[in-house]
Ligand binder design. Structure first.
Ligand SMILES: CC(C)(COP(=O)(O)OP(=O)(O)OC[C@H]1O[C@@H](n2cnc3c(N)ncnc32)[C@H](O)[C@@H]1OP(=O)(O)O)[C@@H](O)C(=O)NCCC(=O)NCCS
Length: 198
């Protein structure tokens, strides 16, 4: 199985839009999404198209597709981007049948490292809702430190709720990728492609 990330492309827009507009009431509650803040499908498409043509130093947010065998099955967005400095990362696996299988941690680390390189960042944080177990478990299991808790919005789409703030340290993400890749190779199960040079 080949796990990789790449900038969200036009052929992925439907998957992205259907994920957001297809969330159940329970998921909206668990994720802390403010339903009245979700843009329409047309607005999302328009924003994504603008993102694709904008220069890297001119975007406030950017989306990387999470791919399994080349097919987009989720995404990480980076918001509040300050090039050369800071960004806030998010994580979503669109395909519910692929959740809970351990792919998310690897794809998340690939995305974090790619964001560090693309925007020459010094720091990335991730702020899941404190009572949403999957992202908190994922971030803790990889080893990212929980640095604070606050009441607020994790993005412009969110409700005001209790958030856990994790430091997504580049070194921890790179170590995780290397460790997983070497386990895979030892087990002879094929390779997961990574490119760690900057
Ligand atoms: C968060 C997410 C990206 C994690 O990716 P993943 O591939 O599922 O990650 P993992 O396989 O490592 O699972 C992470 C944890 O969530 C749990 N989990 C994930 N999906 C689950 C499911 N469908 N049922 C039960 N548990 C689930 C796993 O058991 C695991 O917890 P554990 O370490 O205690 O066993 C993915 O679950 C997802 O997209 N969830 C819905 C959207 C969401 O909550 N996004 C976070 C917004 S901040």
């Amino acid at each position: 199985m080949d796990l990789s990330v790449r900038p969200l492309a036009a052929e992925d827009f439907d998957g992205f839009i259907n994920y957001w507009l297809g969330l159940s009431k329970a998921e909206i509650e668990r994720l802390g999404i403010a339903i009245d803040r979700l843009p329409s499908a047309a607005r999302m498409r328009c924003d994504l198209e603008a993102m694709l043509v904008a220069p890297d130093d001119g975007v406030r947010s950017f989306v990387l597709a999470w791919c399994i065998n080349g097919e987009a099955i989720g995404h990480s967005s980076l918001k509040d981007i300050v090039p050369g400095d800071f960004g806030s990362i998010h994580l979503h696996m669109w395909r519910s049948d692929l959740r809970g299988k351990g792919h998310g941690p690897y794809l998340f680390c690939l995305a974090a490292v790619e964001f560090y390189k693309r925007f020459k960042l010094k720091r990335i944080v991730c702020e899941p809702k404190a009572d949403n177990p999957p992202p908190n478990r994922l971030l803790q299991r990889i080893g990212f430190p929980l640095i604070s808790t606050r009441i607020g919005r994790s993005s412009e789409l969110s409700t005001i709720c209790k958030l856990n703030r994790y430091d997504i340290e580049r070194e921890i993400a790179e170590d995780y990728l290397l460790t997983r890749a070497s386990h895979k190779n030892e087990a002879g199960k094929g390779s997961q492609q990574i490119a760690l040079s900057s």
